[in-house]
Ligand binder design. Structure first.
Ligand SMILES: *Cc1c(COP(=O)(O)O)cnc(C)c1O
Length: 232
């Protein structure tokens, strides 16, 4: 199957999962995750209708940025503070904020560029040591600090990556937990121009349908669209 065909198939599976759970398909955005894949491959996905592209690494994003057709870029991987300046005017959203220090740097660079950056807080519900993300118990304090200090940042919601699973169903409890936390966030009384929790980024190739059933608004799908990754 071509990248175009696979992209179209993923879109239709998202629509079916949405229908099963009584949701509107247009409430779910597919971010095509392109790490290790070439600009040519990314452009094929764009030709098939992809509007949103996710990259993990700043360096890779910068290498591809000018070679890819106009599209909305998302930074979904761990972001070092010293690299924020390189992507601040290139991405529409940063999914992986897990410290006040990173949010402060994003704020500083966004202010310098004259923009407001949308961010998600990455939660690590399983508290896996190998992963980034904050404990759910630390969310409120982090979001309060960010909204108090960062005028050029807008907290849009949460990103969650459950532990590696064997079956898609294994991820469901983590997705439910993330959704509950997301719903709780919506009750927090924080300044609207810095805080509008309407994005729940969860679900990857192995489990995006379960994520949609549990309320995801962004799924990040890579290998099911582009094939297996060959890391150099
Ligand atoms: C690689 C990656 C994905 C996509 O993973 P697939 O299993 O290939 O769909 C999604 N989110 C993040 C943060 C990733 O690093």
């Amino acid at each position: 199957m071509s990248i175009q065909d696979r992209y179209t198939e993923i879109v239709s599976r998202i629509h079916q999962a949405a229908a099963r759970s009584g949701r509107k398909p247009e409430d779910i955005t597919l971010v095509a995750v392109t790490k290790t894949h070439t600009p040519e491959e990314i452009n094929q996905a764009i030709d098939a209708g992809a509007t949103d592209i996710g990259e993990n690494r700043v360096q890779e994003l910068l290498e591809k940025y000018d070679k890819v057709k106009p599209v909305r870029w998302h930074l979904i991987g761990h972001l070092q503070t010293n690299k924020v300046k390189n992507i601040i005017d290139k991405v529409v959203m940063i999914h992986s904020v897990d410290s006040l220090r990173l949010a402060q740097e994003i704020n500083k660079r966004a202010a310098a560029a004259g923009l407001v950056m949308d961010i998600l807080i990455e939660i690590n519900s399983a508290m896996e040591e190998t992963k980034s993300g904050i404990a759910s118990g630390d969310l409120r304090e982090l979001v309060s600090s960010i909204t108090a200090e960062c005028a050029n940042v807008r907290v849009r919601g949460l990103m969650c990556i459950p532990p590696m699973a064997v079956e898609p169903e294994d991820a469901r409890p983590y997705f439910i937990e993330a959704r509950e936390l997301f719903e709780e966030m919506k009750t927090w009384d924080l300044p609207e121009e810095r805080f509008c929790p309407d994005v729940l980024s969860m679900g990857m190739s192995g489990d995006f349908e379960v994520a949609v059933e549990e309320g995801s608004t962004i799924v990040r799908v890579g290998s099911s669209i582009f094939g297996p990754r060959n890391y150099r």
